[in-house]
Design a protein around this ligand. Sequence first.
Ligand code: PLP
Length: 378
Amino acid sequence: MDSIPFNQPSIVGNELEYIRDTVKAGHTASDGSYTERVSEILRDEHHCADVLLTTSCTSALELAALLLEIQPGDRIIVPSFTFVSTALAFARQGAEIVFCDIEPNTLGLDPDHLAELIDGSVRAVIPVHYAGIACEIDSVRRIAEQGDCDIVEDNAHGLFGRYRGQPLGTFGRFSTLSFHETKNFICGEGGALVVNHQADVERAHVLLDKGTNRRAFLLGDVDKYSWQDFGSSFGLSDVLAAYLYGQLERRAEVLRRRRVIFERYQTLLSPHRESLGIRLPELPADRVPAYHMFYVLLPNQDVRDRTLLEMKRRGVTATFHYVPLHSSPGGQRFGVQPASCPVTEEISGRLLRLPFFNTLTESDIDRVVEVLVQVLGE
Ligand SMILES: *Cc1c(COP(=O)(O)O)cnc(C)c1O
């Protein structure tokens, strides 16, 4: 029997045709026709001022940090349970990183801890919707507003998810997306900055395009373009936008498929919860998930580590997830210490992610569950 990988990127529609199309037409730099088509889908989803495609979610976060003019000594708050980039993009501007713990049900920012951490030196809060399930974003927003801080949602997992009917990515000044090959919709490496306020749009384009007002020039607003501001080369190539458009065009199908996978895991594993002492993701009734992944919380870290090895030996690749940022060497160097995130530490040791990709079949899922239940039962 073939082993089941953790992730397997797939072609879901006309990606290859569209890529050929851009290369043949000769517009392969950023800002081409596929960039516009993708941006339109994402603007519709977010009902926002604008969406700018970037080379990655990391660069979209860097662009947000530049737009917020984060300076050395400013503080920003991130969950300790997240990917490095959530913090890195701001540390790069000299920000001091304050690590917030997560709440045990959604694995998103814990509002109570957040309220304790906020003070006058905090400029921004960066929530993550872990696994594509919204965190308590209304409470997070209220606390950030009281503290006069901006919100930048790191929405790498949550595209097309909802919180009380509202699209994830629309709760703050900016949000960021990832189209890395491990995400729901992919183009190899790619990302986007969602700009929720009209006042930020023009400057976002200048910073994206090497600090120039080239966009104003292309729109006919100025008769030549020149260096205006700081910035970098953050724009996504239209070749990759074409790849991404092929994926996003099939978004309904992809989401449906991922929902089926999620629900099959949930249904097959639910009866074993008590006997195996495991916990499954909770879906609060007021949220629509983006079905980014499926995780299981095992009784403790020893069991988790042994289960990973033993599943691998039986042909199923499961994996752990984030090492708490506050205790990592980078977190020690760039973070405000001491940081206390006991839930993050506990969850990080117990969490195991199961294979999750569009072409995973029903019988693959059954086999993954069978192996997991077998290993845990021994
Ligand atoms: C994947 C991921 C990123 C980084 O995305 P890139 O597009 O690879 O830069 C950032 N934050 C979170 C939460 C992620 O999962």
